[in-house]
Design a protein around this ligand. Structure first.
Ligand SMILES: [Mn+2]
Length: 501
């Protein structure tokens, strides 16, 4: 047996974050110039603080706030960071730690450590911010602060602007920074892409490990544990991008299964389909990957129909992606491809355009086709000012409706699910019931669902798939039967034989 992993956690170049700051400076200066405002003031961000469990002193493992992470790459809590818009100088402000810290939490690092590690121009203590910003403001009057305030279009929550004592001694601007900084995050640099690729390499390999270990009789959480162990043990990933969805059987039709009230605790039955949506995070940058396959390693006829319907949608979208392509169009392409397969298999009846006009794709795929991915799993910037969310089924769940641009990283995650809460009304509605073959659909009552999700980087003339998991029925069956991944030339013979099923 070969080594259990080919992964090796790479060092993270802090130039990545220095370049993110340079990009913000260029964008912000251009924006200010375009509205005839002076190029001056400070961008001021407050990093995250460590949280404890309710009233106790149990500290949750800290994970930096995402905008702060983007600009400064700082892993410690309690920091502030600033960028001088006119000179371009960057500042970090570190918390002044009590002497006791050295006893319980380790060495108290000198400011020079943070200056060197995070490649900023100057480091001071948090309690010096007001003085430093006044001393370093090159103009007369109160220093101007660009603070981060704006709405996240996925959660509807607002980012919290930096808080300082003596805020009355500053001019503050709450409107300018958020849209400019958000837009910077939409297009990824080469260095960012390297980390997203590494997180994908870790997750792809961990998903393959799950395929190899899964057996009927296990608990769903044992596969979650397998994924987490592999990502951390070999990939060095302490965090996941999101809570693992490890669904089998009917649970695979529950889109966000795996939460505290449904904690991946079902026993796997022979004949179940499984749906694993799990992604590791490495130094803030994440991955988001879903694999679906039979628990016992051998697809049934029904599973092949639904799986291939989704795989064809996944592949059709990926072959069509390039700069300038409309994401709503891609969502509809996925819906149409799935409906055509369902019709070919006898589950749906009649005219595909008629089904599309009735938005029946959303009965089987109620979620959006995909979303931006980066420091956040649902990376921001999906709905910039002036764009509006659709109200139609399926389309209203899209986390972006933007045209693709080179440098975007976006997930492609079509799915097909049998969800009673959607099927019962659609079959009962006299204007849509004629499209459904009740006798065939009833056979899938307890089927659950299938989702296939990969992470794509949009290139100048197409896209690059960052995810490398077994995807075809024959690849999955071969890997689950013990073949190496990627398949070597010897096992591509298996692929051909099984491909003819
Ligand atoms: Mn996703």
């Amino acid at each position: 047996m070969a080594s259990p992993s080919s992964l090796s956690p790479p060092p993270v170049p802090m130039q990545l974050f220095a370049r993110n700051r340079e990009k913000l400076l260029r964008s912000l200066r251009d924006h200010l110039a375009s509205i005839s405002r002076p190029i001056q003031g400070f961008v001021l961000l407050q990093g995250g603080d460590e949280q404890t469990r309710y009233c106790t002193d149990h500290a949750e493992v800290f994970r930096q706030e995402s905008y702060f992470a983007y600009l400064f790459g700082v892993r410690e809590p309690g920091f502030y960071g600033a960028v001088d818009v006119s000179s371009g100088r960057s500042y970090l402000f570190a918390p002044r730690l009590p002497a006791e810290y050295a006893v319980w939490l380790g060495e108290i690092k000198p400011l020079s450590y943070f200056k060197e590690r995070y490649m900023v121009d100057m480091v001071f203590y948090v309690d010096e911010i007001v003085q430093v910003l006044h001393d370093h403001f090159g103009e007369a009057g109160k220093p101007l602060l660009f603070l981060l305030y704006g709405q996240n279009t996925d959660s509807d929550n607002f980012s919290k602007p930096a808080e300082l004592e003596e805020m009355e001694n500053f001019e503050t601007d709450l409107n300018t920074l958020h849209p400019v900084l958000t837009e910077c995050r939409v297009i990824k640099s080469e260095l960012e892409l390297d980390l997203i690729q590494y997180a994908n390499d870790v997750s792809s390999e961990a998903h393959v490990e799950v395929m190899r270990k899964i057996r009927p009789g296990m608990k769903e959480y044992q596969l979650e544990s397998t994924f987490l162990h592999h990502s951390y043990m070999y990939g060095g990933c302490r965090h996941c991008s999101y809570t693992c969805i490890c669904a089998t059987g009917e649970n695979s039709a529950v889109l966000h299964y795996g939460h505290a009230a449904a904690p991946n605790d079902r026993t796997l039955q022979d004949g179940d389909i499984s749906l694993f949506d799990m992604g590791a995070e490495y130094h803030f940058y994440g991955s988001d990957i879903t694999c679906s396959f039979p628990v016992n390693g051998k697809f049934t006829k029904e599973q092949i129909i639904i799986y291939n319907a989704v795989l064809m949608a996944h592949d059709a979208v990926i072959s069509s992606m390039r700069p300038g392509v409309d994401w709503i169009h891609m969502h509809k392409l996925a819906e149409k491809t799935i409906l055509e397969s369902l019709k070919a298999a006898g589950l749906m009846l009649g005219d595909i355009d008629g089904m599309m006009a009735k938005r029946l794709g959303a009965v089987f795929m109620p979620h959006g086709l995909g979303h931006f991915l980066g420091i956040d799993t649902h990376d921001p910037g999906g709905y910039p000012k002036g764009t509006e969310r659709s109200k139609e089924p399926g389309l209203k769940s899209l986390r972006t409706i933007r045209e693709l641009k080179e440098g975007m990283v976006i997930t492609v995650e079509p799915g097909c699910y049998f969800i009673d809460a959607l099927l019962v009304p659609a079959l009962g509605d006299p204007t849509t019931s004629k499209f459904f073959n009740r006798e065939e659909i009833i056979k899938y009552k307890n089927f659950g669902g299938v989702r296939i999700e990969s992470d794509l980087y949009v290139t100048a003339n197409g896209c690059k798939n960052l995810t490398h998991c077994p995807r075809t029925v024959s690849e999955i069956e071969a890997v689950m039967a013990g073949a190496p991944w990627p398949l070597n030339s010897g096992s591509s013979k298996i692929k051909e034989e099984k491909g003819s099923v």
